[in-house]
Ligand binder design. Structure first.
Ligand SMILES: [Fe+2]
Ligand SMILES: [Fe+2]
Length: 140
C-alpha cells in the first residue's frame, strides 16, 4: 500500500475491521489516481481506474446500506442519499472524461468526498452498529 492509502487509513479508521478494509481499498484506488493532473492524464488508464473505483464504491455502499437496513439504523435514508450523490457525480465526471479527455478536479473531488463522508457520515453508525452486536474485528 502506498503512503497516501496508509496515512488515510490510519487517520480515518472507524473501528470496524470489515468496513475499514473496504475503505482501505477505496483509498488505494484513489492513490492510483493521484499522479493524474490535467493534460498529462493517461486517458485509457484514467477511465479504467475510475471505473474500478466506481464499481468498488458501489459494492461498498451496498454492504453498508444492507447492514444499516437490517439493523434499522435511523439515519439510513440520509446516508444512502449521500452515497447516491457520490455515484451520480462520478457518472458526470466519467462522461466529461470521455468527452474532454481530461478531468482536472476529479481526484480532488473523490479525495475530499471520501475523507468527509467516512469521517462525518460513516463514523456516525459505528456506535449504533457495535451496540447492535456488529463485530469490530475481522472475520476469520
Ligand atoms: Fe463507507
Ligand atoms: Fe457510507
Amino acid at each position: 500500500m502506498d503512503n497516501f492509502a496508509e496515512a488515510s487509513l490510519q487517520k480515518f479508521a472507524i473501528g470496524i475491521a470489515e468496513i475499514d478494509a473496504q475503505h482501505r481499498r477505496l483509498f488505494e484506488l484513489l492513490g492510483e489516481m493521484k499522479g493524474w493532473s490535467g493534460t498529462d492524464l493517461e486517458h485509457a488508464a484514467a477511465v479504467h481506474i475510475l471505473d474500478s473505483l466506481s464499481e468498488y464504491a458501489l459494492v461498498h455502499f451496498a454492504v453498508e446500506e444492507s447492514v444499516m437496513r437490517m439493523l434499522h439504523y435511523p439515519a439510513t435514508a440520509a446516508h444512502i442519499a449521500e452515497h447516491k450523490r457520490f455515484s451520480d457525480t462520478l457518472d458526470i465526471f466519467r462522461h466529461r472524461l470521455l468527452k474532454e479527455q481530461r478531468s482536472i478536479d476529479l481526484v480532488d473531488f473523490i479525495k475530499s468526498w471520501l475523507v468527509d463522508h467516512i469521517d462525518r457520515v460513516d463514523r456516525g453508525y459505528v456506535e449504533y452498529f457495535l451496540a447492535k452486536g456488529i463485530e469490530p474485528t475481522a472475520f476469520h
